[in-house]
Design a protein around this ligand. Sequence first.
Ligand code: ATP
Length: 257
Amino acid sequence: MSYIHIENAGKTFKENGQEFTALLDVNLDIEKGEFICLLGPSGCGKSTLLNAIAGFDLVNKGSIKIDGKEVAAPSDRNVTIFQNYGLLPWRTVIKNVELGLEAKKIDKAKRREIAKKYLGLVKLEKFENSFPRQLSGGMKQRVAIARALAVEPDIVFMDEPFGALDAITRMKLQDDILEICKNEKKTIIFVTHDIEEAVYLADRIVIMTPNPGKVKSVITVPLHHLRDRTSGDFLLVRDKIFDLLNMKTEELIEYTI
Ligand SMILES: Nc1ncnc2c1ncn2[C@@H]1O[C@H](COP(=O)(O)OP(=O)(O)OP(=O)(O)O)[C@@H](O)[C@H]1O
């Protein structure tokens, strides 16, 4: 069985006595070390699926297993990075990065050493004594990434982590994430509605469509790890996904472009 195994997963919400299907019959297998982007328009269930895999809000049909075990609650082996950074404003940058290490009862000297290493990875070592309010949005998200990686998680869940950033900062952070992933091979589940972002980052892209939220296609991105947004191959994949998002077919398609 694959590392993350999702079988006929479904999620319904009840609102004012009415049932709403946010996810229908999702089947998906993810291997350890894969970078997976969940891509689709607003309301197609990307966050619902991410939250279900992360154990925050479980599916009410089918099954989601990680390493053979049914997901029943969030695991301290995994971390989630959100769009709003989630930094503690009263703590310095380095103390924010140390947060998860404190929870793991790692001693002070070791915490410092690990936090410095990860601040180095996100190129913020000079800002370790700053407070979050003194940082730009991109820098805050870098701190959040350092904090997440410092605990050496198995899976990193990212829900539109760069959604609040301007285009140039976003591109820089995408490069940082790829660089970090190259060195520390992590399983990453990354939600985005930006086609270009998905093509730039993902090993595979899970294309979802709304009403009800479904997986429409799973695309293996046939590009080298270091991608060039202006290359013909890149644009070809991007255009193909654009077409897929507009297609009407109902069946699940899994293929390599
Ligand atoms: N707790 C909830 N109660 C009721 N409906 C919900 C709840 N959470 C999500 N939904 C509905 O489920 C659908 C899918 O929501 P979800 O947030 O997963 O979509 P999304 O693809 O992540 O969208 P976006 O890109 O806008 O964040 C939406 O129609 C949403 O209104």
